[in-house]
Ligand binder design. Structure first.
Ligand SMILES: C[S@@+](CC[C@H](N)C(=O)[O-])C[C@H]1O[C@@H](n2cnc3c(N)ncnc32)[C@H](O)[C@@H]1O
Length: 268
């Protein structure tokens, strides 16, 4: 299967292992873990697709869950292996979210698809990755799908930080000048979506949405403020964020969103 060389090149040179370790980066991790813990029960089998260096996989394996992981980029797999400690019940294979044919149907209690959808640029591929994640999950099992949200990114990386030149993006057709909806190609690396895109994508699947979460909310937009908070203030911020992160009026302005859904029983 053809892989996107831009993705491989990016992750060969990016310190994905540290991404969630800063205080502002930890908001995404802590929020996702908060929801994962709601759905795990003793003996749960977990699959992480696009596991990178294994922040989630290793954390869950150290809590005693059986974790299988799939990752596209060898460089990340090497670090994943180095991060494995004795006693973890964990496997990792090189593979692509678009084709999980090495994995059986209806096997996992919880499936994490946190990352591959950031790098799939057409509905057909996104549907393939979602279909595979749903196929390998047990009926009644839970799937977490993460997305990069365009408005959070345009505000933070664009208007605030200037890493994205919004006017240039409009000129090049990567952002619509009227609606500010984004579109990307493989060379742009990240695929930016809005909730309406996710709703459209999910409509045909036999799933029930449990939560739609602004995973990091404004944490990246206000990273300097978070990084300067003392522990007490940061804990209060986290409490505020956990309380508000599912509010509809918050969900558009976030850098990442988490769609958490249950695979319906077919009744066969
Ligand atoms: C932003 S990282 C996220 C890692 C981790 N799941 C997390 O949430 O912290 C995205 C990961 O997905 C991997 N990835 C991208 N496209 C993929 C694909 N089609 N199949 C499997 N992994 C993929 C990348 O190599 C990278 O390691």
């Amino acid at each position: 299967m053809e892989t996107n060389p831009y993705v491989t090149d990016f992750y060969n040179h990016y310190d994905e292992d540290q991404r969630l370790c800063s205080r502002h980066g930890s908001v995404e991790f802590l929020t996702t873990m908060n929801y994962i813990q709601k759905y795990l029960t003793p003996g749960s089998r977990v699959l992480e697709i696009g596991a990178a260096t294994g922040r989630y996989s290793h954390t869950l394996a150290r809590q005693g869950y059986q974790v299988d992981a799939v990752e596209l980029v060898e460089h990340n797999i090497e670090i994943f292996r180095k991060n494995t400690v004795q006693g973890e019940n964990i496997t990792i294979v090189q593979g692509n979210a678009l084709d999980l044919s090495g994995f059986p149907d209806s096997w996992y209690d919880l499936t994490l698809l946190l990352g591959p959808l950031y790098h799939l640029y057409c509905d057909e591929d996104k549907e393939k990755a979602l279909r595979e994640a749903i196929r390998v999950t047990k009926e009644g099992g839970i799937i977490f799908a993460a997305y990069v949200i365009s408005d959070g990114c345009l505000l933070d990386e664009g208007f605030h930080r200037g890493n994205i030149d919004v006017a240039e993006y409009i000129k090049n057709g990567l952002v619509d000048g009227e609606t500010f909806a984004a579109r990307s190609e493989p060379k742009d690396l990240f695929e930016l979506v809005r909730k309406e895109d996710i709703d459209r994508l999910m409509a045909p699947f036999p799933t029930v949405r449990l939560h739609y979460v602004a995973t990091d909310g404004c944490a990246l937009l206000m990273r300097e403020s978070l990084d300067q908070m003392d522990d007490e203030k940061f804990q209060l911020y986290l409490k505020y964020h956990f309380t508000t992160c599912e509010r509809e009026d918050f969900c558009g302005v976030t850098s990442h969103a988490l769609d958490i859904f249950r695979k319906k029983a077919t009744g066969k």
